[in-house]
Write a protein of this length. Sequence first.
Length: 387
Amino acid sequence: MKSKLYYALYFLYAIVVAFVLYLNGVFTGEEISIVNLAINIGFLLIIGIIFCISSISFGRLNRVTYELEEVMIRLQKEYKEANGKNLWGNYKDNAKVFQEEVLQDAFNKYRMRVKGAKTKRGAVSSCDLEEYINEDLLDKVGMNFFNSGISGTLTGLGILGTFLGLSMGLGAFSGDDIFTISDNVGSLLSGMKVAFHTSVYGIFFSLVFNIAYRSIMSDAYETLAEFLRVFRQTAQPGAGKDDEGTAALLVYQAGMANSLKQMLEMMKGNAMEQTAGVERIVDKFTEQMQAALDTDFKKLGSTLKAAGESQAASAANASQMIEAVTALVEVNRNVQEALTHVMERQELFARQIEEQKKMLADACSDMSDEISSRLYTFEQMRNLYEE
């Protein structure tokens, strides 16, 4: 099972410790380098402490995952026994749903939230359980802030051991001739042994821990998603009450529509009489206005006619202006196309210059390497000649 995968870390850790001790001559009776052995043991001790801290968080996360799985199975069983009836009534006042304190605290907050969303018709759910029991909660339980950085830390320890071993070997390496150099090769190789050993098991533990960590978190996330799905199906509060509220709203709307229909029928006759009366008043007013303002209306007609002719002339001028603007836009478009063509040629020229610059740089580099090589050869020949 993926949630138990981190136990393999201890087994692999024991194998690596035994292998490092064997390479350092603890089991073979060979000469032991105390410094090398102390450095390896120190690094392995740090890795062991990190694994112990991670194991505590993994164990706590597994308990939470098992608890979610058990409650999910119980919900499915009770839902089946209740013939598909919503189970929220059994859990809305239950303070012992979960054994794990972190899950029970989150569920209690959810219950308080649901109780705070009450109406005269009953409780209505205004939130989802995922707002309280979610992946963020699992990350907190599983110390994601700590475990997510362990893989990089182990790799960094391996690199640190590499540089430390090389520094030890190079620090002890000295000599001016072949005889003294050969005497110090042992210390150089000893330091390189530390460098390679720490690099190997640092990177190895990083890969193994990353696989175990991601598998455990993936299993927890999958279990959480399945639990939330089952809870929404079996015990999500407010579904029935929402249906009742919808039905009540439909009944209210039907009553309002019926009342409005009756009011329109009652007002229909009066509205027709009022409309006829208004039409007679308008006709009478129009006749009186025509008799009293006949001359003024004629003047108004002449003025409107002149205004119409002026507006027609303005429309012709506007048409000519639009044609001129269209021509100007066409010219502008041609200019833009020409500029675009020029820019493309400039970009092509710039790329060619860049390629020539790169070729020149490569040629200079090759020439510099050739000169350096010839100078080095000349220096060697001069040294041989002087000797």
